[in-house]
Design a protein around this ligand. Structure first.
Ligand code: ZN
Length: 282
Protein backbone atom coordinates (compact mmCIF):
# COMPACT_ATOMS: atom_id res chain seq x y z
CA UNK A 1 0.00 0.00 0.00
CA UNK A 2 1.42 3.41 -0.88
CA UNK A 3 2.12 5.75 2.02
CA UNK A 4 2.94 9.41 2.42
CA UNK A 5 6.51 10.34 3.32
CA UNK A 6 6.90 10.64 7.08
CA UNK A 7 8.34 14.16 6.77
CA UNK A 8 5.11 15.29 5.13
CA UNK A 9 2.97 13.72 7.87
CA UNK A 10 5.15 15.40 10.52
CA UNK A 11 4.83 18.78 8.80
CA UNK A 12 1.10 18.44 8.46
CA UNK A 13 0.66 17.40 12.08
CA UNK A 14 2.59 20.53 13.05
CA UNK A 15 0.49 22.80 10.81
CA UNK A 16 -2.90 21.34 11.57
CA UNK A 17 -4.16 22.97 14.74
CA UNK A 18 -6.10 20.24 16.50
CA UNK A 19 -8.32 22.71 18.39
CA UNK A 20 -9.31 24.40 15.14
CA UNK A 21 -10.07 21.06 13.50
CA UNK A 22 -12.09 19.65 16.41
CA UNK A 23 -14.00 22.88 16.86
CA UNK A 24 -15.57 22.49 13.45
CA UNK A 25 -17.43 19.50 14.84
CA UNK A 26 -17.50 20.02 18.59
CA UNK A 27 -17.98 23.29 20.52
CA UNK A 28 -15.00 23.57 22.88
CA UNK A 29 -14.40 25.64 25.96
CA UNK A 30 -10.99 26.62 27.20
CA UNK A 31 -10.05 25.08 30.52
CA UNK A 32 -6.54 26.08 31.57
CA UNK A 33 -4.02 24.72 29.10
CA UNK A 34 -6.54 22.44 27.42
CA UNK A 35 -10.03 22.59 25.93
CA UNK A 36 -13.07 20.53 26.73
CA UNK A 37 -16.45 19.76 25.27
CA UNK A 38 -19.16 17.12 24.90
CA UNK A 39 -17.70 13.96 23.40
CA UNK A 40 -18.82 13.34 19.80
CA UNK A 41 -18.10 9.63 20.14
CA UNK A 42 -20.46 8.77 22.97
CA UNK A 43 -23.54 10.35 24.44
CA UNK A 44 -22.97 12.50 27.51
CA UNK A 45 -24.35 15.53 29.36
CA UNK A 46 -21.20 16.71 31.13
CA UNK A 47 -18.05 17.23 29.09
CA UNK A 48 -15.34 14.60 29.47
CA UNK A 49 -13.79 15.17 26.05
CA UNK A 50 -10.46 17.02 26.26
CA UNK A 51 -8.18 18.50 23.60
CA UNK A 52 -4.57 19.35 24.42
CA UNK A 53 -3.15 21.76 21.81
CA UNK A 54 0.42 21.52 23.16
CA UNK A 55 0.55 17.78 22.82
CA UNK A 56 -1.69 17.71 19.73
CA UNK A 57 -3.95 15.06 21.25
CA UNK A 58 -7.59 14.58 22.17
CA UNK A 59 -8.89 12.20 24.80
CA UNK A 60 -12.29 11.30 26.20
CA UNK A 61 -12.38 10.11 29.78
CA UNK A 62 -15.87 8.72 29.21
CA UNK A 63 -15.37 6.35 26.28
CA UNK A 64 -11.56 6.40 26.10
CA UNK A 65 -11.50 7.60 22.49
CA UNK A 66 -8.28 9.43 21.83
CA UNK A 67 -5.45 10.18 19.44
CA UNK A 68 -3.97 12.89 17.26
CA UNK A 69 -5.60 15.17 14.72
CA UNK A 70 -5.57 12.43 12.04
CA UNK A 71 -7.23 9.96 14.39
CA UNK A 72 -9.94 12.49 15.17
CA UNK A 73 -10.85 12.86 11.51
CA UNK A 74 -10.66 9.11 10.95
CA UNK A 75 -13.15 8.51 13.75
CA UNK A 76 -15.38 11.45 13.07
CA UNK A 77 -15.52 11.30 9.29
CA UNK A 78 -15.21 7.51 9.24
CA UNK A 79 -12.40 7.66 6.73
CA UNK A 80 -9.03 5.90 6.53
CA UNK A 81 -5.74 7.47 7.53
CA UNK A 82 -4.83 8.45 3.97
CA UNK A 83 -8.10 10.27 3.42
CA UNK A 84 -7.74 12.03 6.76
CA UNK A 85 -4.29 13.18 5.60
CA UNK A 86 -5.71 14.46 2.30
CA UNK A 87 -8.55 16.32 4.02
CA UNK A 88 -6.19 18.04 6.44
CA UNK A 89 -3.65 18.89 3.76
CA UNK A 90 -6.35 20.56 1.72
CA UNK A 91 -7.68 22.44 4.73
CA UNK A 92 -4.25 23.75 5.74
CA UNK A 93 -3.05 24.46 2.22
CA UNK A 94 -0.31 21.85 1.95
CA UNK A 95 0.35 20.13 -1.36
CA UNK A 96 0.00 16.39 -1.01
CA UNK A 97 3.19 14.69 -2.23
CA UNK A 98 3.26 11.56 -4.36
CA UNK A 99 2.68 8.58 -2.11
CA UNK A 100 5.71 6.30 -1.77
CA UNK A 101 5.56 2.53 -1.93
CA UNK A 102 5.22 0.66 1.34
CA UNK A 103 8.70 -0.87 1.35
CA UNK A 104 10.36 2.44 0.62
CA UNK A 105 8.32 4.15 3.33
CA UNK A 106 9.27 1.49 5.87
CA UNK A 107 12.94 1.82 4.94
CA UNK A 108 12.60 5.57 5.21
CA UNK A 109 11.07 5.24 8.67
CA UNK A 110 13.82 2.82 9.76
CA UNK A 111 16.54 5.18 8.60
CA UNK A 112 14.97 8.19 10.32
CA UNK A 113 14.67 6.19 13.52
CA UNK A 114 18.39 5.27 13.37
CA UNK A 115 19.37 8.89 12.64
CA UNK A 116 17.38 10.14 15.63
CA UNK A 117 19.04 7.54 17.85
CA UNK A 118 22.49 8.56 16.58
CA UNK A 119 21.75 12.18 17.45
CA UNK A 120 20.59 11.16 20.90
CA UNK A 121 23.85 9.26 21.51
CA UNK A 122 25.89 12.15 20.07
CA UNK A 123 24.16 14.76 22.27
CA UNK A 124 24.89 12.66 25.37
CA UNK A 125 28.50 12.18 24.25
CA UNK A 126 29.07 15.94 23.74
CA UNK A 127 27.52 16.76 27.11
CA UNK A 128 29.73 14.19 28.79
CA UNK A 129 32.84 15.63 27.09
CA UNK A 130 32.08 19.10 28.42
CA UNK A 131 32.59 17.79 31.96
CA UNK A 132 36.10 16.42 31.28
CA UNK A 133 39.40 18.21 32.07
CA UNK A 134 40.08 18.61 28.31
CA UNK A 135 37.02 20.86 28.09
CA UNK A 136 38.24 23.41 30.65
CA UNK A 137 38.58 26.11 27.98
CA UNK A 138 35.13 25.36 26.60
CA UNK A 139 33.60 25.79 30.05
CA UNK A 140 35.63 28.96 30.49
CA UNK A 141 34.26 30.38 27.22
CA UNK A 142 30.70 29.62 28.27
CA UNK A 143 31.32 31.40 31.59
CA UNK A 144 32.75 34.40 29.76
CA UNK A 145 29.63 34.54 27.62
CA UNK A 146 27.59 34.57 30.80
CA UNK A 147 25.88 31.25 30.09
CA UNK A 148 24.90 29.72 33.44
CA UNK A 149 25.25 26.02 34.27
CA UNK A 150 21.46 25.80 34.32
CA UNK A 151 21.17 27.19 30.78
CA UNK A 152 23.94 24.85 29.60
CA UNK A 153 21.88 21.96 30.91
CA UNK A 154 18.55 23.21 29.54
CA UNK A 155 19.97 23.81 26.06
CA UNK A 156 22.00 20.58 26.22
CA UNK A 157 25.22 22.38 25.26
CA UNK A 158 28.25 20.12 24.97
CA UNK A 159 31.79 19.93 23.66
CA UNK A 160 33.30 18.06 20.71
CA UNK A 161 36.89 17.22 21.60
CA UNK A 162 39.77 17.77 19.17
CA UNK A 163 39.94 13.99 18.63
CA UNK A 164 39.16 12.81 15.11
CA UNK A 165 37.38 9.64 16.06
CA UNK A 166 35.87 10.14 19.50
CA UNK A 167 32.23 10.26 18.46
CA UNK A 168 32.75 7.75 15.68
CA UNK A 169 34.14 5.21 18.16
CA UNK A 170 31.21 5.79 20.52
CA UNK A 171 28.67 5.30 17.73
CA UNK A 172 30.40 2.22 16.38
CA UNK A 173 30.42 0.75 19.86
CA UNK A 174 26.64 1.22 19.89
CA UNK A 175 26.47 -0.86 16.73
CA UNK A 176 25.62 1.73 14.07
CA UNK A 177 26.77 0.78 10.58
CA UNK A 178 29.12 2.96 8.56
CA UNK A 179 26.47 3.88 5.97
CA UNK A 180 24.03 5.32 8.47
CA UNK A 181 26.87 7.14 10.31
CA UNK A 182 27.73 8.96 7.09
CA UNK A 183 24.06 9.75 6.44
CA UNK A 184 23.79 11.32 9.89
CA UNK A 185 26.22 14.03 8.77
CA UNK A 186 28.09 13.71 12.07
CA UNK A 187 30.76 11.52 10.52
CA UNK A 188 32.30 12.42 7.20
CA UNK A 189 34.38 10.55 4.71
CA UNK A 190 37.60 12.02 3.40
CA UNK A 191 38.94 11.51 -0.12
CA UNK A 192 41.39 9.02 1.31
CA UNK A 193 38.40 6.88 2.31
CA UNK A 194 39.02 7.39 6.01
CA UNK A 195 36.02 8.57 8.02
CA UNK A 196 36.27 11.05 10.89
CA UNK A 197 34.13 13.17 13.22
CA UNK A 198 32.76 16.26 11.47
CA UNK A 199 32.79 18.35 14.64
CA UNK A 200 36.15 18.72 16.39
CA UNK A 201 37.22 21.17 19.07
CA UNK A 202 33.89 22.98 19.12
CA UNK A 203 31.18 24.03 21.52
CA UNK A 204 28.21 21.93 20.48
CA UNK A 205 24.65 23.21 20.41
CA UNK A 206 21.96 20.60 19.75
CA UNK A 207 19.24 21.66 17.32
CA UNK A 208 15.91 20.07 18.16
CA UNK A 209 12.62 19.37 16.54
CA UNK A 210 9.74 21.11 18.32
CA UNK A 211 9.11 17.84 20.19
CA UNK A 212 12.61 18.05 21.68
CA UNK A 213 14.31 15.29 19.64
CA UNK A 214 17.82 16.32 18.57
CA UNK A 215 18.06 16.38 14.76
CA UNK A 216 21.26 18.35 14.08
CA UNK A 217 24.04 20.33 15.74
CA UNK A 218 25.61 23.75 15.50
CA UNK A 219 29.29 23.80 16.45
CA UNK A 220 31.10 26.98 17.43
CA UNK A 221 34.84 27.26 16.92
CA UNK A 222 37.00 27.38 20.05
CA UNK A 223 39.99 29.16 18.55
CA UNK A 224 40.13 32.55 16.83
CA UNK A 225 41.82 31.09 13.73
CA UNK A 226 39.47 28.11 13.45
CA UNK A 227 37.21 28.23 10.37
CA UNK A 228 34.36 28.30 9.87
CA UNK A 229 33.38 30.07 13.08
CA UNK A 230 30.08 28.18 13.03
CA UNK A 231 29.87 24.74 11.51
CA UNK A 232 26.42 23.22 11.18
CA UNK A 233 25.08 19.78 10.38
CA UNK A 234 24.31 19.26 6.70
CA UNK A 235 20.75 18.57 5.55
CA UNK A 236 19.78 14.96 6.30
CA UNK A 237 16.56 12.92 6.09
CA UNK A 238 15.68 14.24 9.59
CA UNK A 239 17.00 17.80 9.29
CA UNK A 240 15.85 20.51 6.94
CA UNK A 241 17.45 23.81 7.85
CA UNK A 242 14.73 26.00 6.34
CA UNK A 243 12.01 24.13 8.22
CA UNK A 244 13.63 24.21 11.62
CA UNK A 245 13.40 27.08 14.08
CA UNK A 246 16.08 26.78 16.73
CA UNK A 247 14.70 26.88 20.27
CA UNK A 248 11.06 26.28 19.36
CA UNK A 249 11.00 23.15 21.55
CA UNK A 250 11.78 25.33 24.58
CA UNK A 251 9.65 28.31 23.72
CA UNK A 252 6.51 27.08 21.95
CA UNK A 253 4.37 27.13 25.06
CA UNK A 254 5.44 30.67 25.96
CA UNK A 255 4.91 31.82 22.36
CA UNK A 256 1.42 30.34 22.35
CA UNK A 257 0.68 32.03 25.65
CA UNK A 258 1.79 35.55 24.72
CA UNK A 259 0.87 35.27 21.04
CA UNK A 260 4.17 36.53 19.60
CA UNK A 261 7.81 35.58 19.25
CA UNK A 262 11.03 37.55 19.31
CA UNK A 263 13.63 36.33 16.82
CA UNK A 264 17.34 36.68 17.48
CA UNK A 265 20.25 35.79 15.27
CA UNK A 266 22.49 33.26 16.94
CA UNK A 267 22.47 30.38 19.41
CA UNK A 268 24.14 32.45 22.11
CA UNK A 269 21.78 35.39 21.56
CA UNK A 270 19.00 32.89 22.13
CA UNK A 271 20.74 31.55 25.23
CA UNK A 272 20.93 35.06 26.73
CA UNK A 273 17.28 35.89 26.07
CA UNK A 274 16.13 32.47 27.21
CA UNK A 275 18.20 32.70 30.36
CA UNK A 276 16.98 36.15 31.36
CA UNK A 277 13.35 35.12 30.85
CA UNK A 278 13.81 31.84 32.70
CA UNK A 279 15.29 33.80 35.64
CA UNK A 280 12.15 35.92 36.01
CA UNK A 281 9.35 34.59 38.14
CA UNK A 282 6.18 34.41 36.04
ZN1 ZN B 1 -16.40 9.83 24.65
Amino acid sequence: MPLFPQSFIDDLRLQANIVQVVQEYVPLKRSGRTYKGLCPFHSEKTPSFHVDPDKGFFHCFGCNAGGDVFKFLELHERVGFQDAVRMLAQKFGLTVPEPVEGDAARQDAGLREALLKIHEVAAAYFREQLELPAAARARQQLRERGVTPQTIEQLGIGYAPASREGLKARLQKQGFAQGVLLQSGLILQRDTGESIDRFRNRLMIPICRDTGSVIAFGGRAMDADQVPKYLNSPETPIYSKSRTLYGLNLTKQAIRKVGYAVMVEGYFDFAQVFQSNAAQPN
